[in-house]
Design a protein. Structure first.
Length: 275
């Protein structure tokens, strides 16, 4: 999803600098659900732009719209429509191109609606100087920070502001958080907790999918149909995902050996859950 195989001139010279990489991401994307705040009304056709999953597909699309480099600054209406996942995946691609280890994380943010844990994605990059993974919200530009009254640094999002899918799942299962406060729009509870858990573990294996992507297994099986054994399996998945940096091999083997969780190798098997 983040490999760049063509249009390399469009990402040439990207520096090893997180603020610049984030600025470049904001140069090319207009968030679908924030578009009106930028004075842009989206047609049904434009709302399909996030369906292009890979960063390479997005680069190709941007080139067709007249972008020559990710540093190009254009009016909001000329940017590509995306969602939080797209900002994060693009930031990861840019980091990797610049030689910075990075990964996209799916989970829940506390800063969009008071008292709610809203579906969201962030960039996570390895800060070599500090020897730690740092979370970055590449979506939060000046307008959004002002509107949301963001009081923290979006370039260093703390664990109190963003919970990864595995961490959110475990907190709810332990009774330390209310599952019904996790979700977005009219989707809440364990259905969305399971969705973001599965999206996050696959993203850790470099396959960040979209929230509406479905495939056979838990991603498309309603929580109302889960048995206690299903919940216990997802407990195990969340626990091993939390320990990914301690034992990546075990994590990888576990996910890849369970077809009811992993993304199909043939993406033609992936369908839109909203259809």
């Amino acid at each position: 999803m983040t490999e760049i195989t063509a249009k390399l001139d469009m990402v040439a010279g990207v520096p090893r600098d997180i603020p610049t990489i984030v600025a470049y991401v904001q140069n090319i994307f207009l968030h679908q659900h924030w578009s009106e705040a930028y004075g842009v009304e989206l047609s049904p056709e434009r709302k399909k732009e996030p369906f292009l999953r890979s960063f390479q597909e997005k680069l190709d699309f941007l080139a067709e719209r007249g972008f020559t480099h990710v540093a190009d600054q254009k009016p909001a209406a000329e940017k590509m429509v995306g969602i939080c996942r797209d900002f994060s995946v693009a930031a990861v691609a840019r980091c990797r191109e610049a030689g910075i280890p990075a990964r996209a994380r799916c989970g829940f943010a506390t800063y969009f609606e008071p008292g709610k844990y809203m579906d969201h994605w962030v960039l996570e990059y390895w800060n070599d100087d500090q020897q730690r993974w740092v979370m970055v919200d590449a979506q939060l530009d000046a307008l959004q920070q002002s509107t949301l009254k963001i009081s923290f640094d979006p370039l260093d999002v703390g664990p109190e502001h963003f919970l990864t899918g595995p961490r959110a799942w475990i907190l709810c299962r332990q009774g330390k958080a209310d599952a019904n406060l996790f979700g977005i729009f009219h989707w809440w509870g364990y259905d969305y907790l399971g969705c973001n858990l599965i999206l996050d573990v696959n993203s850790l294996l470099k396959t960040p999918m979209q929230p509406w992507d479905g495939w056979p297994g838990y991603k498309s099986l309603p929580a109302a149909q889960w048995t206690e054994a299903d919940f216990e399996f997802l407990d195990q998945l969340a626990a091993i995902a939390l320990a990914v940096d301690d034992d990546f091999v075990s994590f990888s083997n576990f996910v890849l050996s369970h077809e009811q969780v992993r993304v199909p190798s043939d993406l033609s098997q992936v369908f839109n859950l909203n259809d």
